[in-house]
Structures are given as C-alpha cells and as structure tokens.
Design a protein. Sequence first.
Length: 438
Amino acid sequence: MRLLLIVISSMLVAAQEPDWKAVDAEALHLLQRYLRIPSTNPPADTRAAAELFRAELAKVGLEAKLFAAGPNGQINLIARLPGRDKTKKPLVLMNHFDVVPVDRAAWSMDPFGGIIKDGSIWGRGALDMKGIGVMQLMAVITMKKYGIVPDRDIVLFATCDEESGGDLGVRWMLKNHAAELDAEYVLDEGGFGTRDVLQKGKLIFGISVAEKQPAWLRIRAKGTAAHGSQPIPDNANMTLLRAIEKAMAAPPSGKQHPVIAQMLAAAGGEMDSNKFTDAIQKNTLTLTTLKSGVGDPVKVNVIPSTAEATLDCRLLPGVNAEEFISEMRARINDPRVTVELITTIDDTPATSFTTPLFETLRRVIKQHHPTAEVTPMMVPYGTDSPKFRRKGLPAYGFTPMILTAPVLATMHSDEERIPIDQFQIGLRMMFDVIKSVF
C-alpha cells in the first residue's frame, strides 16, 4: 500500500511538471506580440499592452483588473494567483508596460518588430522590461494551467508609467488602490547575471537591493538677444556653457556604500572598471539635452535670450539631494542662471539581503547556475522599487538572465535585445521562485 501511494504521488508530481518546450514556444511568441505594441512613454498609452495581458490571463481563468490612471490610455493591471497560506501577505511581481522612445534611423531593423535574429529577440523593451514581464506573466499562467498552487498569493502588477517616474503608475496605485498591493515582498527589474561586467571571466549574479536616486535638473541661463554678427558678453549660450562646466565639477562622493562592499567581496576584492561599476560607486552627472536658438529652423545669425540644458544626476543612497543642488548653485554663482529640480527624489535605504525571499532567490540562481557567485547589488538606474522600499517593504531587482556588457548597453539605446536561451532559462527561474515556500 505504501509503495502504491509513493507511485501515485510520483505520478502526480510528474503530471505537474510543465511541458517546457511548449511553454518556451508560447512565451517567445507572446513576447514577439508584446514587442510589436509601441507602448512608448510619452504618452504611455498602455491599453493594447494591458489587453494582451488580460486576454492571456483569461485563457487560464485568471481575472485581471484594469485601472485607468490618466486620460490618454494610461492603464495599470493587477491579477492574483491565490495561494495556500492566507496568513502570509502576497509576493508582488512588478513590471512595466511602457518603454522609452526610439531613434528609428539608428536601428538596423524595426524596433517594434519583435524580430528573432542571431539567437536573440530584438525590440524596444526586450530588456527593459517586456522580457521580464513575460517571464512573470508566463510563470503565473503556467502555475495556474498545471494546477500548481503557490504557498502564498502571487500578485502580478504591471504599470503604465515607470519611464516617467511612476506618477500614473506605482505612485497612483499606492495612493488610490493600496489595498490591492498589500504585499510582504516585491520582485522587480534590476539585478542580473554577468561574466564580463563586474569581473571578466567570473560569473556573478546580482540581486539588486538598492539603487541611486535620480535628481534630474534643468539649468537655464538668461542673456540679451542680439545679432550674431556682433559678439556680446551677455550671451545666454556662453553663460550656460560656463554654468554646465561648474555644475559638473562635483566633489567626490564620500564613503563606500555597504552594498558595494558586498559586491567587491563577490568579485574577489576588486571590480573591473567600466561605466556600470564606476557609476554605482559615486554620484554622477550626465549632460543629456541642450536647447537654444530662435526660430524653426533656428536662425544662425540670432543670439537667443535664453538657453537651457538638462542634467541626469544620480546620487548614492543617503546623499541629501537638496544639499547637493545647493552646492551646485554655489559653484555656478551666477544670478543669470537657475537650477531647477524636475523629478521627485526617492532616497530609500537598501532592502535587507537576509530575508527568506533573498535566500530563495539565491537558491534558485545556484540551482540553475551552480558556479555563480550571488551578491546583493546596487544599480545606477532607477526602477519602481523605491516606492515600496519607502514604505518598509523588501523589494528586489531580479533579472534572471546572464547578460553580456554589449547586451546590457542596449537598454535605452539602439538595437535592444535579449538572448533567447537566457529568456527561456529566466522563465524557469521565475517559475521556481514563485512556487517556492518562503
């Protein structure tokens, strides 16, 4: 009798194991369809993306709630896969529908074509973060389809406005529908596996627990309009250029952040020097736009009365943004120049990396990549995670793929893509996380 029960139990377990070949094919086709939806922000019209998710969830009997946050199709989505233990709060799988604009002339193919080529799937959002969104969606769908009940509720949460700071996305949802997001943990984009970013030749898998705080600034200079044939000292363009030079001369960032110490230990005491590792160890300032001139097209022989620029400043956690900006104004020290903060500051403490979920993520990574060194990570770019961290919720960035530096560089750039084999492994890893007990 005992032997019979063991056999029956084994058969049930086997029956619950997904047909991964079929799941992979379905997931890849779904990602192609998703990439063909140009959910560019602005305007963050995510109606078609939300409808795609809603329809796929409905096929397995899961209801998606849609939340209209703005007048131009800005839609957020929530769906819930019920779990066994109702004493535990949910795990929120967070992703965003919206993507940044593209320079079509710089792409060798249609950026909204979802094209498969050279072992990768290409398109705006493949990396940031439609690929991860499909991993999350398909992991939930696969659990439901195969009758696998998670330990706790799993809440799939897709937002419309991450690329513009989340005012109509996470911020709006937390303000108007907080009960829908009463979670214990949040899993978002962020960390990743790599063999050539942190240390060449060593597989290091980062789970992001912290990120730098974006402080976007507008610098505007005023001067006197005049004829270009007669140079004048009060030229707004020249005033702006001098102000930018002074603004960029920021002092050193100060002491090392504890998360960086963890990353250094994982790398064997020293990380390779590149744009990623340099950026996470100091405050950074990047000149991103310049605007000046009179007329359309602008007249070459007219000195404008105003000129402006934007700086994408990324500050280490714990840095006081107001003091940083005040010190910048003091360096510029010119009454003709104004410095304006144009973002909301999200300075948050790092999420603990001693939680049961962090250990689950570590275990799943090691299961699929036994040689990987797993470490908490700081990332230089922004995500929606700080909105939850500010409320004391553990939020982790988990991109379950091994990515090369050239592929990572396509984020917000041209020729964005992800390797198909890593997308498929990442789907299995996401599935293994949400079916775990933690």
